[in-house]
Each structure stands twice: as C-alpha cells, then as structure tokens.
Design a protein around this ligand. Structure first.
Ligand code: MG
Length: 250
C-alpha cells in the first residue's frame, strides 16, 4: 500500500533525510586511496549515531553493516570489509540510509577515488544526470512509468544500460514501501504519483550489459560482464508544486 504523508510528517521525514545526506557526504569525504571500505562504514555509522539516528541498513534483512559500499563492477549491496582497500581510479558507490524519529531517508552517490578514467567519469556523469531526469517527472498526475522511462531514455541514448533486477521504492516509516520505482518503463504506465508520496529514485547504470548476478554472500551484486556500474539516489517527495528532493545537506 502506498502511504501518503501529511505536511507535518514530511517535515519530520526531512530531518531523517538530511542526516542521511550528511552521512553520505561524510562517506564521500573519506573516500581516498588506501582507506578500507570497513573504515568508511565506521565513519558513517558514528556520524549517524552522533545525530541520535540509526543506520537504516544495519541488520536490515540481515545486512551486516551500516552502509553499502560497491566498488567498480559491484552494482549495489557491497559489504564493507577490512580487505577491500580503495585504490586510485576506483569508482565507489555508497548507499546510506538513516532512521530518525519515525522516518527513513535513503540516498546514494558514486564517488571517484583519486583520479579516474574519462570513461568512468562519463558513466558517473550520465548516471547522476539520469537521476535528475527521473526526478523531474516526479510530479502529481504523472505515473511511475514516466520516471523510469525518463531515466532509461537518458541512459540508453548514451549507450549505457539500466539494471532491471533492482529498482527504486517508496520510503518513509519503512525503508522499503510501495510503489516499486523501476529505472525503466513506459510513459503513462504504472501507479499514479500523488502529493504526499515519498519515493527513492535510484538509477543503477551499467557501462556494458544490464545483467547482474548476486555473489555467494547473497548480497554483493556485480555486473555479469565485469564492467563498471554507478548508482545515484535521492529520496524525493511528490508535492503539489512538483518534486522536492529531501536528501539534501544544509
Ligand atoms: Mg534505496
């Protein structure tokens, strides 16, 4: 069931979203050659807990860490590890959520580690821009398919591909709520967008083919062809005035 938030609820949820955004920024500031993904996880967890919030992902479905950190060909759900040492040229997708006073905020960003290749930068740019193409469609009266279609069109015009097996989602009192928000679709199809809905729009874009596989740890999701993947996400509220990005820092 889709939950509609009141203005008061949206304003409470904004606080959770701001903490998520600031935690993501802290993660980005920590990304550098030589750091382990486990160290970044610890930085983010401490930041979130200092705000009186809880990392949304810790223990969610059994996830063993506070943050998903997915390097290079890892699409999503990378598990932070002391054995994963970042190196110059890596692209590092960090997905983080915070739960605060009854609501979750959810956001992701793919950070460059030091100097990255022009090809990797182009993938990051296109994925980030596709997120904003999707957000533009998050208006009352539109449908979920308008978002997915806008993302897909932008991505495929640049010869990248959109991951199908994982999608965006409603977010609010629960981390994952209805509706599903695929990054592909047909304009005018799918559930209608209503004021007070809050959704996580999160394109996962592959440099090569869209197929992915989940590794034996049952979390780490990688591109089937071993090429790079990027991931950008915002929590967005549908308002009478159009989309409002909730996961922004001050
Ligand atoms: Mg999400």
């Amino acid at each position: 069931m889709v939950s509609i938030k009141t203005a008061r609820e949206l304003s409470k949820m904004k606080d959770a979203c701001k903490i998520s955004a600031e935690a993501l920024r802290a993660a980005g500031e920590a990304v550098r050659p030589g750091i382990t993904t486990l160290e970044i996880d610890s930085i983010v967890r401490k930041y979130i807990e200092k705000q009186g919030a809880t990392p949304s992902f810790l223990g969610y479905g059994g996830f063993p860490a506070s943050v998903c950190i997915s390097v290079n060909n890892v699409v999503i759900h990378g598990i932070p590890s002391k054995n994963t040492v970042l190196k110059e040229g890596d692209i590092v997708s960090v997905d983080v959520g915070a739960y605060y006073r009854g609501f979750h905020g959810d956001n992701a960003y793919t950070f460059p580690c030091g100097k990255i290749s022009a090809e990797a930068q182009a993938l990051l740019d296109a994925t980030k821009e596709s997120l904003f193409e999707g957000i533009k469609q998050a208006c009352p009266g539109n449908r979920v398919g308008d978002i997915g279609s806008a993302v897909q069109k932008y991505v495929e015009a640049r010869s990248y591909s959109v991951v199908r097996d994982f999608v965006g989602h409603g977010v609010g009192a629960k981390l994952h709520e209805d509706p599903s928000v695929p990054n592909y679709g047909t304009p005018g199809r799918g559930p209608r967008l209503l004021p007070g809905m809050t959704i996580a729009i999160e394109p996962m874009v592959n440099q090569g083919a869209y197929q992915v596989k989940v590794l034996d740890d049952e979390w780490t999701t990688v591109t089937l062809d071993g090429k790079l993947s990027a991931h950008f996400e915002h929590t967005v509220a549908i308002t009478p005035d159009g989309p409002r990005i909730m996961t922004l820092c001050d």
